[in-house]
Design a protein around this ligand. Structure first.
Ligand SMILES: [Fe+2]
Length: 240
């Protein structure tokens, strides 16, 4: 807290990818040419507007039941805890995810590569963290997909995450990956994250949380700020 009782944040430089990473081609076009200007958060920004929790239902966290039938693919549960830089759970915060289907295609008009769409998979979900900062989704494991960054470029399987901290101005966006994916080493988005923090983007398989004859399970914890922070990126057009 600062003298006005507003939150201050630890130094997390070095935990996140650089704004300009030439191998990730679109950063060459969008990276700012001048140093960023720090806009301090004042009481207005950190106290509102607030999301009405009642707008998010339990059904929103199950991506396999929302489109009139069961999607094709490997059913998984994905759960974890959202913490701040002091290790405190962040309760009642909105976690949103979006992802490709099991064949690696997004249900989006700009995704036109020749992989099948799944009429039973929209690929979007949301959940509020509980009092203990935990979230949980049911979905299918996404497939890899090609993109135009360079010749024969493929994105590793991943799920996009958006998190709101304690206010809308604290929105953070990142991607979660799966363990043992051979495409990690070839992906400039994954590689743009500094080495010490790269592993924080990879979920963990949890045999204990698998459900017999139903679903595999992954864990992924998220740290919002500080040196232990989960690396965050910005939403961008080339990778919807
Ligand atoms: Fe993506």
């Amino acid at each position: 807290m600062d003298l006005n009782g507003l939150p201050t944040y630890g130094d997390d430089r070095g935990a996140h990818p650089p704004l300009l990473y030439p191998a990730y081609r679109s950063t060459q076009l969008r990276a700012p040419l001048r140093p960023p200007v720090l806009l301090p958060q004042r009481l207005t920004e950190v106290t509102g507007p607030l999301l009405g929790e009642e707008r998010v239902t339990a059904a929103d966290a199950d991506l396999t039941t929302r489109s009139g039938g069961e999607p094709v693919g490997q059913r998984i549960t994905l759960q974890g805890q959202v913490c701040d830089s002091d290790g405190r759970a962040v309760p009642h915060t909105l976690v949103e995810i979006w992802q490709a289907n099991a064949a690696g295609r997004y249900a989006h008009e700009r995704d036109t590569w020749p992989a099948p769409l799944d009429p039973h998979f929209a690929g979007v979900g949301r959940a509020m963290t509980g009092a203990d900062g935990r979230y949980r989704f049911t979905t299918v494991r996404p497939g890899a997909y090609p993109w135009a960054n360079h010749h024969n470029a493929w994105r590793p399987a991943h799920i996009h995450f958006s998190l709101f901290g304690r206010a809308f101005t604290q929105r953070l966006v990142t991607q979660m990956y799966f363990p043992d994916d051979p495409l990690h080493a070839f992906d400039p988005i994954f590689s743009s994250v500094p080495e010490p923090s790269r592993g924080r983007l990879v979920s963990r398989f949890s045999m204990d949380d698998t459900q017999p004859a139903w679903a595999l399970a992954y864990h992924w914890d998220i740290v919002l700020r500080g040196q232990g922070s989960t690396p965050f990126d910005e939403p961008h057009e080339e990778d919807t």
